[in-house]
Each structure stands twice: as C-alpha cells, then as structure tokens.
Design a protein around this ligand. Structure first.
Ligand SMILES: [Zn+2]
Length: 129
C-alpha cells in the first residue's frame, strides 16, 4: 500500500535538476556572463574551440552573444540576421547602463557614468566562397 506513495518521492532528486534545466533553457547564460565572454581573451577561446562531437556542429560555430552553437557556418550566419540575435545585441548594450542606473537610483553615491558598449556581431571567417 505504501508503495505508490514512495514512487513520487524517489524522483525528488531529479526535480531539483529540472528546475535548473528549465531556467537555463530560456537563458543559456546570464548577460553579465556573456559580457565577460566578450572580453578579447575569452572571446578568442570561445570562437576557437576544440572539436567536440557531443556539441552541435562539433562546437565550431558559436554565437558569442547568444551562447549558442550552430550546425554550420550557414546556420550561424542566418542566426545573425534573426530577431533573436539582434535583440540580444541590444540587450548586451543596455545592460551595463541599466545596472549603473539602478545603483544610482538606490542612492549608492558613487555614480560612475556608463561607458557605451559597442556590441557587434562577431566576424565570421569566410572559408567557403
Ligand atoms: Zn546570436
């Protein structure tokens, strides 16, 4: 009799993971994480990753700003033209501004004027033409 009750219980460990997966599904990375990915050193590493067959496109086509992998160069270029990508670039530009504003609004005193961030789609190597 008590058996059926236990079934639901033993999955509780999995539930925790589901909550995490759900969150990361919508936003692979936080914007501030992507901001740090955008530093030249990190960007270079991310854009030239080792071949990994477990990852989409063997990890060779990565959109830095969306933290997404693509099957091939063509798919990635198409992605660069999408709304999703353009919205992301815009978000990345605005984020530091928003944070500075929030701090000032909270009366944190030391208001540092925000530095305008120019966010551009990464350069793609034209290998096949
Ligand atoms: Zn993108």
């Amino acid at each position: 009799m008590g058996k059926s009750k236990q079934i639901g219980n033993h999955k509780s460990d999995k539930k925790k993971n589901i909550a995490k997966t759900w969150k990361t599904k919508r936003r692979t990375k936080d914007l501030d994480e992507i901001h740090s990915d955008m530093t030249p050193t990190n960007a270079a590493k991310l854009l030239k990753q080792e071949v990994d067959y477990d990852v989409t496109g063997s990890a060779q086509h990565y959109c830095l700003h969306c933290a997404r992998y693509f099957v091939d160069l063509k798919a990635m270029k198409e992605h660069f033209r999408t709304k999703v990508h353009k919205r992301r670039l815009k978000q990345l530009r605005e984020e530091p501004y928003t944070q500075a504003e929030a701090e000032r609004a909270a009366g944190m005193g030391s208001y540092i004027p925000h530095k305008a961030v120019e966010v551009q789609t990464q350069q793609v190597e034209e290998e096949m033409s």
